[in-house]
Design a protein around this ligand. Sequence first.
Ligand code: ADP
Ligand code: ASP
Ligand code: MG
Length: 475
Amino acid sequence: MNLVVMKFGGTSVEDPAAIARTAAIVAGRVADGKNPVVVVSAMAKVTDQLLRAAAAAAQGDRTGALAISSRLRSRHRDTACALVKDAAAIAALVQVIDDKFDALDEVLRGVSAILELTPRISDLIVSHGERLSSRILTAAFRERGVNTEHVDAREIIVTDSEFQKAAPLDDIIEKRAPEKLLPLIAQGKVPVMGGFIASNEAGLTTTLGRGGSDYTGALVGGALNAATIEVWTDVDGIMTADPRVCPDALRVRVISFEEAAELAYFGAKVLHPATILPAVKKNIPVLVLNSRNPGCEGTRIISVAPHCKSPFKSIAVKKKLSIIDIVASRMLMTHGYLSKMFAVFDKHRCPVDMVSTSEVSVSLTVDSNSSLPEIAADLSQMADVKYEGRKALVCMVGEDIRGQNGIAAQVFNAIRHVNVRMISQGASEINMSFMIEEDDADEAVRSLHAAFFKEPDPAIFDLEARKQLSAVTDR
Ligand code: ADP
Ligand code: ASP
Ligand code: MG
């Protein structure tokens, strides 16, 4: 078997044209003798809209919630009808869509009656996005000659009961994925399953957190020992910066697992931060590819990337962060203080991104979240505490940053007009991070990009687009 997991993101299945392109990509892999397993996200924006419907219901706005659901029902029905022409197949598919929306409406009515939305019910509501998209793809691909079979991801991806951000139970997944998928593949079928959705051991629906379909793809790829895990999205690969912020960003041809993991963790939305874990465990290459430009070779993520002559490979930004300043003169000459302080973050299950200490003060950065006032209240038992939101962490990733003399001076010179609040360098050889105001972040990325990607190493970066652009401007 030549197994390849192909994960398609929301934009790759946003409308009938996108789904038809996706079908052609999968058919191409089959024609090449590969055995694909397809993992698909909800159609673009559907997850956001389901969450909006859930929030409306929780506030008692039953009509608003049902109106969102009704629009989504039409969008899914219309997409199905545009793609599937066989009379029996479309009748069955429309029935599946209607049944799912009837069930969803029932839940929304319930939430609006009791005015309470638990994480568990939120997951049940939001799971409809992937449950629907995977059904539509199964039928649409079949009509285009791909011998698909729908698989309910919740029977394979089993997690703990941390609804909305559940952690996979690897041992069960390692057993279930081959058990469910390999017999289908052996019959020449292409399994199609939703990403992001899972279930706990009691069979209740959970989700892996926003952007989690990448993670599903990697979990399935890992459990099946696939030859490659493909992440199909709407950009040519991992770029030197978010192309929405920095339009002249370049495609990175090849990058290491470690570098990609840092970028994903520090805000490069193109990959869910946990995606790399299963791939590293089994040493499976991950390819990031563009479903709108399938001829492009994308980015290859592998265990050891070739040497890069440029100091950095990419710049990521994580926004919506808060900085917490903790000042305590009692910290002077004491031990055990930091552990007491971190116990507070642990109690509130709040991950800390960056830490900087002096003799009497500690500054930390965390995701802005609703438990910040409670965290501050607990910390204020032992120190003076201040916190401030709207911060951004800029993370520059490259190989051996520590070994490059003068690199910090170059970085801070490039953004000398920006107020830098915290700096971290040294924790990792491949990452240099600093904290700035959120409003300065986009401009800082563009300045850094202009400074560090003037003469990029052609072995690592794709310079074609830049060459074409300068040919046009030279004319
Ligand atoms: P999908 O729906 O396919 O999962 P996402 O929206 O989650 O796609 O991720 C793709 C987006 O990630 C791109 O459109 C791009 O704006 C953003 N992005 C952020 N940083 C980067 C980066 N370094 N390289 C490529 N894309 C990035
Ligand atoms: N549909 C989910 C989300 O929007 C998961 C994903 O797309 O990866 O977060
Ligand atoms: Mg994504």
